[in-house]
Design a protein around this ligand. Structure first.
Ligand code: URA
Length: 437
């Protein structure tokens, strides 16, 4: 085979065979096909798309480019959740221990934040001593013993994605539903899971701005999963809002802990319960959505979720006393409220701008090499639909650096759209997709 022939075939709209797809991915990973040819291939896929068998072959080849974790020694149906990313999305931190406490093992490998979106791994790193760098053997042993492990991507998992994603980033080929789907699903399937719940975000703070695109992405990922023998369900959920009130790292971790302690903002609780119920159905522990929701709510009420997170924190070298009080997590040196300067009714948030404000404060990364400050963050004090006066605080900023405070405050002010009245209310969950559980 020659790369140039496969590029031409794809460019002209023909479907590649699974062998051809596997060949180009393997050769690219081994550096026998260069960035120049792979960039051309990515652009051909960008314009021509991929059929079902091609896409399953792409995902399988990417997954097989590195280690695939073998969780066969763990009893039960292993289920994970993946979110396509948003602002204030701390759900994994409360969701995973609740699902594990209900009897479904959760092997979760998360990523770091980039741009306006946060990452679960950064939020978890706010827990003193907590290590997200377990090797595969420890990861497996911990899921077997505690039903939960929360770690980061290792160098050995899906190297093809790391290489290809970096190439797509500089060749304007990120925004391709087939390649996004293969990238996400290859990483999830390398975890050794049996089933997956996808939280596909829609709105101004999400990767997918329209319901139509979010639905297409969800359907593509579900079909890849099914072709690879995994059960996958997806929720399309709102990201035209900040999820909860906290945007940052330590403050988001604490908000998730509050959910496990029986409190927390209602939307964070609701999404945790809904996603948890889906995971329990896939894990064959709940018989229906209602049954699943009841089980998750019970694990919050009787403290089993909190206790499971404490076990996980301890097993990964962290201090479980961090789950007892906010001041045991990193705290910023200063705190100040921000007002808008004009009054009116908040029509909606530009959620991406709120995420950018968090990044400017130091809570997020502009580039993947940037260092972040786990203690700084935003606490939103208003919501769309609220009538506010010019001097009324819209948010509290916890910060360490005055210059960063000024830039973040300006970005936050520009994120609020003031109008005559609220935009029509949007539901938290737009749709559920996926076949038989
Ligand atoms: N997230 C991923 O993991 N991969 C993509 O291609 C896009 C978003």
């Amino acid at each position: 085979m020659r790369a140039v022939d496969l590029i031409r075939k794809k460019r002209d709209g023909a479907e590649l065979t699974p062998e051809e797809v596997a060949w180009i991915v393997a050769r690219y990973t081994a550096a026998e096909v260069g960035d120049d040819q792979m960039a051309a291939f990515a652009m051909a896929v960008f314009f021509r798309g991929m059929g079902g068998p091609e896409l399953a072959a792409l995902t399988g080849a990417m997954m097989a480019s590195g280690d695939v974790i073998d969780l066969s020694s763990v009893r039960g149906v292993k289920v994970d959740k993946h979110s396509t990313g948003g602002v204030g999305d701390k759900i994994s931190i409360c969701l995973a221990p609740l699902v594990a406490a209900c009897g479904v093992p959760v092997p979760m490998i998360s990523g770091r934040g980039l741009g306006h979106t946060g990452g679960t791994l950064d939020k978890l790193s706010a827990i003193p001593g907590f290590s997200v760098d377990l090797d595969a053997a420890r990861f497996i042993a911990q899921v077997r013993e505690h039903g939960i492990a929360l770690i980061g991507q290792t160098e050995r998992l899906v190297p093809a994605d790391r290489k290809l994603y970096a190439l797509r980033d500089v060749t304007a080929t990120i925004e391709s539903i087939p390649m996004i789907s293969a990238s996400i699903m290859s990483k999830k399937l390398a975890e050794g899971i049996d089933a997956l719940v996808l939280d596909v975000k829609v709105g101004s703070g999400a990767f997918m701005k329209t319901l139509e695109d979010a639905r297409a992405l969800a359907k593509t990922m579900i079909s890849i999963g099914e072709r690879m023998g995994k059960r996958v369900r997806a929720l399309l959920t709102d990201m035209d809002r900040v999820l909860g009130r906290a945007v940052g790292n330590a403050n988001e971790t604490w908000e998730a802990i509050e959910v496990l302690r029986g409190g927390g903002p209602s939307d964070v609780v609701e999404l945790t319960v809904e996603l948890g119920a889906e995971m329990l159905i896939l894990g064959r522990v709940a018989e229906s959505l209602e049954d699943g929701k009841t089980r998750i709510r019970r694990a919050i009420a009787d403290g089993r979720g909190l206790e499971r997170l404490a076990r996980c924190v301890e097993a990964q070298g962290g201090d479980p006393r961090a789950l007892e009080a906010r001041d045991r997590l990193p705290t910023a040196r200063r705190s100040k409220e921000v007002a808008l300067g004009v009054g009116g009714t908040i029509e909606r948030f530009d959620t991406e701008a709120v995420g950018r404000a968090g990044m400017l404060l130091g809570a997020g990364r502009e580039r993947s090499s940037d260092r972040i400050n786990l203690s700084v963050g935003i606490e939103m004090m208003v919501a769309p639909g609220d009538r506010i006066g010019p001097d009324q605080p819209i948010a509290r900023l916890d910060y360490d650096d005055d210059d960063r405070f000024d830039r973040a405050a300006a970005a936050l002010r520009s994120a609020l759209v003031i109008g005559e009245g609220p935009a029509p209310a949007r539901p938290l969950i737009f749709a559920r997709l996926g076949g038989e559980a």
